[in-house]
Design a protein around this ligand. Structure first.
Ligand code: JHZ
Length: 393
């Protein structure tokens, strides 16, 4: 049975940055979150149609961060050195940040957002501009054979029908092939109070426990879990066919134990989290209102999808946060979904007039702190709500 534990209010499409003439017919949905006490999966109660989120105007550009470029280069090298895959498939290849490290003659990309599919096609990779389904996996199998590596970063948690997605993987994996995917960790979200991992795209936030239950139904088994720092705490899950001889490593049981000890298998834990989220909202609003009364200029740094959740849930608009700076060309000049706060380039907006910046891209805190030394040395301050609402410099 699915039980609701969190209501983040009316929310728009998190990555649909708007021109002023698009404000009137903006789409909103009720962002509510449920826990399935059978599979232990945490999911959104109401899914948004995939085509409304992932299409030719998708805005998230993975290569905007140096941290992520290095992250994917390191992973590609490690996988090549350890598993020697020949045929490689990436689901949700975005701008090619990972697949670029593999041979285009033996690699295939799947990317439903056509603006990004075109980038990867231009890099000479065979690219299917389609959603990942069992039907597509059969077509790819016919055209390219089975795959030694199927990889996906920040994509499997976007797929609403996980049974179909895992069936599709099983169908296309070679006998000793591996399926590796990474997504935000439910445990880290719960530990850190980072409720902003919840937005339309994240149909589910995974625990190792839930994944293990779901994969098992399809003859798939987790053999390794890497805990990663990126995107506020993610898990990289290594999966094999149940019949493959690849040994199952200690990291799997360790993660299952840690999740159980934290209480991820009990509904009560989610109710406690929900209270923490409401408290976080009250504290953030109170801090922003005080800064406003003191006459401080407050902006936000990084128009991440996560900020859409926070600002819409808390009711923060341009009376509290004047604008948001972001380096992504397709976001600049538009407005944040829902709140309609303007997005400007850091060159135009991150200047000496700014007193305080809400750190929307809190998951890149180290990269940003290292970059913004001038701002910090002249007394500029940042705000975050993770792990609790605070100001820092
Ligand atoms: P960032 C996206 O989430 C969406 P978002 C998606 N659903 C997902 O799962 C994760 O990624 C992985 C900007 N920025 O990466 C760039 C600066 O302006 O946390 C981005 O717009 N200056 C696929 O959108 C935003 O911040 C900087 O110095 O929450 C960060 O977004 C840096 C480092 C970033 O992902």
């Amino acid at each position: 049975m699915k039980k609701e534990f969190l209501d983040l209010g009316r929310q728009p499409i998190a990555n649909k940055f708007l021109n002023k003439n698009e404000f009137n017919d903006e789409f909103f949905f009720d962002l509510k979150v449920v826990f399935d006490d059978k599979t232990k999966l945490v999911s959104l109660k109401n899914f948004v149609k995939p085509e409304m989120m992932f299409n030719e105007s998708y805005a998230y550009h993975a290569s905007m961060s140096e941290t992520m470029k290095i992250h994917f280069q390191d992973l590609a090298e490690n996988i090549q050195n350890e598993f020697f895959p020949t045929n490689v498939l990436e689901i949700g290849s975005n701008d090619g940040i990972f697949i670029r490290h593999f041979n285009p003659d033996t690699s295939v990309a799947v990317e439903p957002c056509e603006n990004f599919a075109d980038i990867v096609k231009d890099m000479e990779y065979k690219t299917y501009a389609k959603f990942w389904t069992k039907e597509l996996s059969s077509l790819i199998k016919q055209e390219h054979g089975t795959m030694d590596l199927i990889y996906a970063a920040n994509c499997i948690c976007h797929i609403q029908d996980l049974d179909d997605a895992f069936l599709a993987v099983k169908n296309l994996l070679s006998e000793d092939g591996i399926f590796v995917f990474e997504d935000p960790s439910l445990l880290k979200m719960m530990e850190r109070g980072s409720y902003d991992q919840l937005y339309d795209e994240h149909a589910h936030i995974f625990s190792v426990t839930a994944l293990s239950n779901l994969l098992d139904k399809h003859g798939l088994e987790i053999f390794r879990v890497d805990n990663l720092n990126v995107h506020g705490g993610s898990n990289r899950i290594y999966v094999k066919s149940i019949d493959s001889d690849i040994p199952v490593e200690m990291s799997v049981q360790m993660n299952l134990n840690e999740e159980k000890n934290f209480g991820l298998t009990r509904f009560k834990t989610y109710e406690i989290f929900s209270n923490r989220v409401q408290k976080s909202r009250d504290e953030l609003l109170s801090m922003l209102r005080t800064l406003k009364e003191e006459g401080k200029k407050v902006i936000a740094y990084g128009a991440a999808s996560k900020v859409t959740t926070v600002f819409n849930y808390c009711g923060i608009d341009d009376s509290l946060v004047e604008y948001i700076t972001d380096t992504t060309p397709s976001k600049i000049g538009k407005c944040q979904p829902g709140t309609h706060i303007p997005i400007v380039s850091p060159d135009d907006g991150f200047d000496e007039t700014v007193d305080v910046a809400y750190l929307g891209a809190w998951n890149f805190r180290t990269e940003i702190m290292n970059k913004e030394t001038d701002y910090l040395s002249r007394g500029g301050k940042f705000i975050t709500h993770v792990p609790q609402v605070m100001m820092f410099s």
